[in-house]
Design a protein around this ligand. Structure first.
Ligand code: SF4
Length: 397
């Protein structure tokens, strides 16, 4: 190869997240024909190839130039754990030594996240072969740690270390695809891993554009769900930029402002009533519903009266509620309610004609709760000191 290989800097790695028009501009600058842009984009996003040596229809000088400009995976697969229920967790190491994770979940374990009716509608127009494939949902991370500080969440207690670039978010999808079983296909993406995706709106929006681009993976926007603690401006932008096609899951966790503020510090600056108004304005297509995530915490938000107030607060919104008995975390003494309380809460919602499910635990044997695997992963050279310790003390490797 005629170009010297040099280690790319962080900003140069953005090439993995370039859109076709950005590749076209670069090809013009390099004196390459415009169709090369499409070829490169397809290699990365359709074929999932991040090693330039395998981009066989490109000239050697162009491959060398791509390498020089940092075209390679921004992630190293450090560990893949497979649960008995088919859930797969990937622990991925970033260039700066921090770790993230993404989780692949077979559809059979996801009734609480997807509406069968909606999915049947969405399957219209897909080929027979695509319909025969077994769908997998991929849960991806957008930040290392999280700035929102929710008291029941390990990522929130660890605090924000840094946001991920779109190249690091899309690379989770590209790596996960390599771990599909025969006959499986990633059909749904949920931005529900570590971090608040709307805190990093630009990177999240770019990742969605990459995932849905017809020259790449070509995912339907309706099969993408962004889970947010309720950042109003971000919800508004998402609605404007994608016409309401992107699904919304709101980590609500409380029926009133005071209770919510006690467990989600961010709520203080964004009153619940304003969030509900933003949800009413979200241009959701007919027949689609907003998922309301509600972590049940014993003695905090788990009474039948809370269920009634929740229905009142959200009256008129097309919603389905996903109840999540709290996962215990080391940094808090909060805990899940008894099974009877969970059932009483669910029953009350059902009586008030609100569609509701209780999230089943999945992949317990591979650290099921969001962020557990990455938060417990030792950084290279960190000895027994866990990443979580590093995050808590503010010292990454
Ligand atoms: S629950 Fe979500 S928004 Fe809250 S701290 Fe955890 S990751 Fe962040």
């Amino acid at each position: 190869m005629s170009h010297a290989v040099r280690k790319p800097g962080a900003s140069e790695q953005q090439v993995v997240a370039w859109l076709p028009e950005e590749w076209r501009a670069r090809m013009t600058e390099w004196g390459e024909p415009a169709f090369r842009a499409q070829q490169i984009f397809q290699w990365i996003h359709k074929q999932g190839v991040l090693d330039v040596e395998h981009m066989s229809n490109l000239s050697r000088p162009l491959r060398a130039r791509l390498l020089e400009h940092g075209l390679r995976s921004p992630l190293v697969e450090e560990m893949v754990r497979r649960s008995a229920d088919g859930t797969r967790k990937l622990l991925l190491r970033l260039d700066d030594g921090l770790a993230i994770e993404c989780v692949m979940i077979p559809r059979a374990h996801l009734q609480d996240l997807h509406d069968e009716d909606e999915e049947d509608d969405e399957d219209e127009g897909t080929s027979e072969q695509e319909r025969a494939e077994r769908p997998v949902t991929l849960c991806i991370s957008t930040q290392v740690g999280c700035a929102m500080g929710c008291v029941f969440c390990a990522s929130g207690q660890a605090g924000l270390k840094r946001g991920l670039g779109a190249h690091e978010v899309i690379a989770q999808f590209l790596h996960a695809r390599r771990h599909l079983d025969a006959g499986e296909r990633i059909k749904n993406i949920v931005f529900m891993g570590m971090g608040e995706p709307l805190h990093h709106y630009t990177e999240t929006a770019r990742t969605i554009r990459l995932l849905t681009h017809p020259a790449g993976a070509g995912l339907s926007p309706r099969r993408i769900t962004v889970s947010t603690v309720g950042l109003i401006r971000g919800i508004q932008k998402l609605g404007e930029d994608f016409g309401g096609k992107i699904g919304l899951a709101i980590s609500l966790h409380a029926p009133d402002h005071a209770t919510r503020s006690s467990i989600i510090p961010m709520n203080e600056s964004q009153p619940l009533a304003e969030l509900v108004e933003a949800l009413r304005r979200y241009p959701l297509p007919k027949r689609r519903r907003i998922t309301i995530e509600y972590t049940l915490i014993a003695g905090v938000n788990d009474q039948v009266a809370h269920a009634r107030r929740l229905v009142q607060a959200l009256r008129g919104l097309p919603i389905k509620v996903n109840l999540i008995p709290m996962n215990p975390i080391a940094a808090s003494s909060l805990r899940a309610p008894e099974q009877q309380a969970v059932e009483a809460f669910r029953r009350e919602l059902a009586q008030l004609r609100v569609s509701c499910s209780v999230r089943a635990t999945r992949g317990d044997d591979v650290d099921a709760a969001c962020g557990q695997l990455a938060l417990n992963a030792p950084a290279p050279g960190a000895g027994s000191r866990s990443l979580r310790d590093q995050l808590l003390s503010g010292h990454g490797s």
